[in-house]
Each structure stands twice: as structure tokens, then as C-alpha cells.
Design a protein around this ligand. Structure first.
Ligand SMILES: Nc1ncnc2c1ncn2[C@@H]1O[C@H](COP(=O)(O)OP(=O)(O)O)[C@@H](O)[C@H]1O
Ligand SMILES: [Mg+2]
Length: 193
């Protein structure tokens, strides 16, 4: 049987790890945390308030090796589109979350004002989705809005997409936070200019 390689990506705070844990347990897959692989293998670089740099080439090689040898996997991390190749990947789930909820989550995490702003701005612009489509191709990518949902609901939606059981194909590019934020007159709140 073909090995499962589910990728869960998206901005920090959208709900990747929480839903990945539920999914991995349900289908008895192993979770690989991409950040942990980088940290555990010295594939990281400069550390700043905004996060750490990674050695993309090294991380790519490390993950390739894991993909070759491991059983069913759920690969989790916002770096996924920069350190994985599309071959062998079953589905790339890009989790999205309303900037208003995301801001609350990241503040609660204790992120600095700048780090919250940078991450929320990135979510509004849909960078993770854009970069995922660019790397993996639109046929492998689906986006899931976690806003107002429970982790279990999100996990079930991703599982349905994985097993092709959903009624309609999950939407791609269907989420438009930019329009929402602009309509609410909140551009200045999220973008420094
Ligand atoms: N639908 C949802 N799916 C996943 N997590 C959610 C959802 N709704 C709220 N959360 C909460 O969001 C917070 C951030 O989730 P986490 O999994 O740590 O995000 P990430 O790994 O993307 O940084 C957690 O407290 C989690 O319980
Ligand atoms: Mg996480």
C-alpha cells in the first residue's frame, strides 16, 4: 500500500498541531514536527525575536530521508512549502484562521507586538496558501478555515478530504481576509505603513 504523507501547514497559531495530533491518533500515523527536525539536527541559524532561520537545504535533505524510510506520516509546520518536495505527498492541508482570532491566540502565546503583527499580516495576505500552491501544485492543496470550529471538527474535515469522502472538493483560494479587514476599516490595525 502507498504510504500516507499528509502535510499540515499554515501560519503559527492557526491550529496545526492540535488538529494534527487528533488526526495522527485516529489513523495511527506518526507526527513529524518540521521545526523539531530542524532544531534537533542543527539545521537552524540566526535566532531573532521574529523566529529562527533555517538551513533550507539541510532540512530538505533530512526530511527526504524521513519520507523514504518512515511509515504513514503527518508532517506539521509552517515551513512545509520551503523544505518539502511534492513527490509522494498525499495532501497538503493549509489551515486558515480569521485575523481577529489569530491575533488573540498569538497574543496569548506571549508573542511580541511585532511578531503578532507580522504573522497576522501574513495570514491576511494568504502567504502560506500561495507558497503551498506554488510548491505542491493546486491539485494537492486544500485550505481549511478553523475560525469558530473545534479542533475535532477541523480534524474531521481534513480526514474527509484525505479519504475523498467530502461532498465537494475543499475550496482553494476561497478565503479572503483582506476583503474582510478592509471592509471593517482595520487595515491600519494589521499593516504598519
Ligand atoms: N478548529 C481548530 N483546530 C485546531 N486548533 C484550534 C481550533 N480552534 C481553536 N484551536 C486552538 O488554537 C490554538 C493554537 O493551536 P496550535 O495547534 O498550537 O496552532 P499551530 O500549531 O498552528 O501554531 C490552540 O489553543 C487550539 O486549541
Ligand atoms: Mg504549532
Amino acid at each position: 500500500m502507498k504510504k500516507l504523507r499528509l502535510v499540515i501547514t499554515g501560519n503559527p497559531g492557526v491550529g496545526k498541531h492540535t488538529s494534527a495530533n487528533i488526526i495522527a491518533e485516529k489513523i495511527n500515523a506518526e507526527i513529524i514536527d518540521i521545526n523539531d527536525v530542524a532544531i534537533d539536527n542543527n539545521a537552524t541559524g540566526k535566532n531573532t525575536d521574529l523566529g529562527f532561520d533555517v538551513n533550507v537545504k539541510k532540512l530538505l535533505r533530512l526530511l527526504e530521508k524521513l519520507l523514504k524510510t518512515k511509515r504513514d506520516l503527518v508532517l506539521v509546520g509552517h515551513l512545509a512549502p520551503y523544505v518539502l518536495k511534492p513527490a509522494g505527498i498525499s495532501l497538503v492541508a493549509v489551515l486558515r484562521r480569521s485575523p481577529y482570532e489569530l491575533e488573540k491566540t498569538l497574543k496569548k502565546r506571549g508573542y511580541s507586538v511585532d511578531k503578532v503583527r507580522e504573522n497576522v499580516a501574513s495570514e491576511i495576505l494568504g502567504i502560506s496558501l500561495h507558497d503551498s500552491v506554488k510548491t505542491f501544485g493546486k491539485r494537492k492543496v486544500a485550505e481549511f478555515d478553523t475560525t469558530g470550529k473545534t479542533p475535532k471538527e477541523t480534524a474531521d474535515e481534513i480526514l474527509a478530504a484525505l479519504q475523498n469522502k467530502q461532498k465537494s472538493k475543499p475550496k482553494l483560494m476561497g478565503i479572503d481576509w483582506l476583503n474582510l479587514v478592509s471592509e471593517k476599516g482595520d487595515m491600519r490595525r494589521f499593516f504598519k505603513y
